[in-house]
Design a binder for this molecule. Structure first.
Ligand code: EPZ
Length: 428
């Protein structure tokens, strides 16, 4: 099993190109189920989750052609997806259980084929993550829903889904994606209140509009979708990854140095960039990219609470915690989105960090020095927080089980190495 070996202490200097966003690419690929015509996606990142979703979509009858799959240049893959016919409306347990986002096929399958049988995704490392809000929303569009042997069986009424009013009691990215996709082909108008406004939701909405969908209120908490009888093909470039951007910004802040994150979109990351500025990091949005510098000066502790967009993202909580282990003072981090997203704490303690968790709150007191360690993590963002800690730790760090990293970070070790980090992948 591959591992990452790194030796801390080098500052980072240079440029890091930001890839297309995993969490935008996945729903965009799923949107191909809504039309018989080809959907061409550009800037698709080369990630294990993308490969896995290709398999899931092929099972439903999507033909997928990819160029640039193995290329090493920054430009992402170009992927053409065509669901001329939906050949299977079942998403089986074996495929869905490996990736939660694959549950989202339920929306397009139901809207286009009138039925879907999708395995419940089950628990995952960051919490129970129920699907009640997906089911509530689909019922508002007239779907009939049963749970049968671990599967959600959904059927559209005769004549197809109907427009309806969906009011989410809490912000949910996945259910917003699914309801928006389903509503594009429903009869009549759907209103989604308390919709997620994450840039990945906006990216999907913009692609759906290119495909012929009628969506108003994009980027706001209220989406109004007027159903159309069919969608057509389109070409769309995946938005740059704000979480990858924030991760490398924190890596540069941790190691010190001067790094420009090219293709980054600062406006998708304002809350996290403000927090970095408060911590004493210099952040400039330049024509070349997002420039992150920390030269000599120490880091200051800052309190953070995760929130839906435009707040501080839960997907950067672990990385920020790693950074705060070296700050001067005590930082209180409150995780409000997922109930169990602190698995990285036990591993950060192995570096000699001082962190205490009490319910939703982690209290991090900065220490003068971290020491390299053998570590592993059980989810993607937790894993990368260990790399960030390792960049500033004295001696060698070995991050085990890095298949989590490969799910969401394209060529992580190459990108950091190019800026001077001592980091390598150890195979076998
Ligand atoms: C998306 O997950 C992202 N995944 C997550 O990124 C991200 O952490 C999360 O949004 C929040 O920003 C993808 O885009 C593929 P939610 P999602 O529905 O859609 C609760 C990463 O590391 N909820 O917004 O699954 C849920 O339990 C991943 O890249 C219900 O209660 O998240 C959570 O507490 C991890 N019932 C809250 O809502 C439901 O039916 C927000 O979850 C659905 C969700």
């Amino acid at each position: 099993m591959d591992r990452i070996r790194l030796v801390g202490g080098n500052s980072l200097l240079g440029e890091i190109p930001i890839s297309g966003a995993k969490n935008a690419a996945l729903p965009l690929m799923i949107a191909s189920l809504l039309t018989a015509e080809p959907l061409v996606l550009e800037n698709v990142p080369r990630l294990a989750d993308v490969n896995q979703l290709e398999k899931i979509l092929e099972n439903h009858g999507v033909d997928i052609a990819v160029t640039g799959r193995r290329a090493l240049q920054h430009e992402g893959q170009r992927m053409t997806l065509q669901a001329a016919e939906i050949v299977d409306t079942t998403a089986p347990y074996e495929l869905v259980s490996t990736m939660r986002a694959s549950f989202w096929v339920i929306g397009p399958l139901l809207a286009r084929a009138g039925e879907a049988r999708v395995s419940l995704p089950g628990g995952c490392a960051i919490g129970t993550r129920p699907v009640d809000l997906f089911l509530y929303g689909l019922k508002q569009l007239g779907a009939e829903i049963d749970i049968d042997e671990g599967y959600v069986v959904a059927r559209a009424p005769k004549g197809g889904l109907k427009g309806g009013h969906v009011v989410f009691p809490k912000v949910t990215v996945g259910a917003t994606h699914v309801l928006m996709m389903a509503a594009t082909l429903a009869n009549g108008t759907t209103v989604i209140d308390n919709a997620a406004t994450e840039p990945e939701v906006t990216d999907l909405a913009e692609c759906l509009v290119k495909m012929g969908a009628k969506i108003a209120g994009i980027g706001t908490r209220q989406l109004v979708i007027e159903g159309v009888t069919r969608l057509h093909g389109a070409t769309h470039a995946v938005v740059p990854d704000r979480i990858e951007t924030g991760t490398y910004a924190m890596a540069a802040a941790m190691a010190g140095g001067d790094v420009t994150l090219t293709h980054a979109r600062a406006e998708h990351l304002s809350a996290a960039l403000d927090v970095l500025r408060q911590a004493g990091v210099s952040v400039d949005d330049t024509p070349k990219g997002l420039r992150i510098r920390r030269n000599g000066n120490g880091l200051m502790a800052v309190d953070v609470e995760t929130q839906p967009f435009p707040g501080f993202p839960t997907d950067l909580q672990a990385q920020f915690m790693a950074l705060m282990t070296r700050a001067e003072g005590t930082s209180r981090i409150r995780e409000t989105i997922f109930e169990n997203r602190y698995m990285h704490v036990a591993e950060l303690l192995r570096f000699g960090a001082d962190i205490k968790v009490d319910g939703q709150v982690a209290t991090v007191t900065g220490v003068p020095q971290l020491k390299g360690a053998q570590v592993m993590a059980t989810d993607l963002r937790a894993s990368v927080s260990l790399v960030i800690a390792g960049l500033a730790a004295r001696g060698e760090t070995m991050v085990n089980r890095i298949y989590h990293l490969d799910r969401g970070f394209e060529r992580l070790e190459d990108k950091l190495k190019a800026c001077g980090a001592e980091i390598e992948r150890v195979t076998g």
